[in-house]
Design a protein around this ligand. Sequence first.
Ligand SMILES: Nc1ncnc2c1ncn2[C@@H]1O[C@H](COP(=O)(O)OS(=O)(=O)O)[C@@H](OP(=O)(O)O)[C@H]1O
Length: 394
Amino acid sequence: MFHSQLWSTTHDALKPCLQEVFPSVEQKRVEKVMPADTFYFSIVRDPVALAESSFAYYKEVAPAFRKAKGLGEFVDDPKRFYESRLRNNHYARNLLWFDFGLDHNANFSLALAQLGEDMIRRTFNMILVSEYFDQSMILLRHALCWPLDAVVAFSLNARQQKPSSTGGVGESWVGKAAAAAGVGIRGGHVQAKLPPNLSLTEEQREKLRQWNAFDWYLYKAFNKTFWKEIDKFGRTQMEKEVNLLRMRREDLARVCLRDGGKPVEAHQIRDKNIRPFQSGLVKILGYELQSGLDNVTRKLCVRMIRPEIQYKDVLDSKQFPQPHAIQAQQQRLIVAVGGTFLKQDPPWKGKKEMGGDVGVGGRTLEEGMKDWDSSLLNRNNQTMVREHEKLRLR
Ligand SMILES: Nc1ncnc2c1ncn2[C@@H]1O[C@H](COP(=O)(O)OS(=O)(=O)O)[C@@H](OP(=O)(O)O)[C@H]1O
């Protein structure tokens, strides 16, 4: 949901002014706090891929998904499982349409779909396509006159597609996922639901498109516009720039990431501050940084792989700096002794290294509390305090 207080300060923190709109659009309230020349963009994803992702993450969150054994069973007869009035069922029907602030339970009609499309076109300067992420980044960088490096990114928040084959019950994918989901393992048997079955036949994929008719309509419409934009840009030039982008990504992966940049399970990441939050029964992968990076390089690399919740916390700390709290904390560290002031080691120093691992860049927790640009992170943020309440941000 949109909160003007949040965004009014975000705008100062995020210059130049642009928004990748994730929350439902409440355009008037957004416009009140954003400058007139704000660049609004969003991204659409193929509804079939989106449904797979949504089912995997939100199986236990959306009532409509909960009772279905697999995505296929849900799709075969969605009305058996779906009740429009139930909270969180937006994950199960027309999620794109919902994210654009539209009524995802409305009966499909072409007229209504066109109205929605027009509204989105009026609101957004650009709609990108997830399936062509690299091409999207090139279009975006040109629209914003950004250098190539500004859009080089590693894929974040990816779902593990297959369970790992090694390890006993405690070490297995199911075991860990169950633990993450807070389900017990008794007598060596996993008392948890298995990871969701996402396999679909071609017929079921087609049914999914019908069930998510508004999303399918939007996806087709914006996909068409996207390719028109690429034609305007020039296909050869696009190919050239996409190649450059990929080369640059590979270079950065070599510098920043272990094992050639292969995404890894969260528990393999030694630095807890860059572990992606886990939700549901699928694993969300992250990256392990190269060791021995100098400070500047490390900051750049962390910036590229910081998971979404930690990223939100960085924004929070920029938007809501707590000068009094910081000052008070600093004062607590300065102890008056016989008229002179000595700086005392903070209580955590020497006890706890970041992620419990001294080897990771050799940074202390104190340093770890600072963001890439050295601003202090607020410890009373959501990540630190309400660990158990988190869901992926949507
Ligand atoms: N660069 C790039 N290219 C293509 N796809 C990418 C990229 N980065 C992230 N992803 C995929 O986006 C999915 C996560 O999206 P979000 O971070 O928005 O999370 S969520 O949808 O709000 O839950 C998640 O999809 P699934 O893995 O299918 O769940 C990511 O794999």
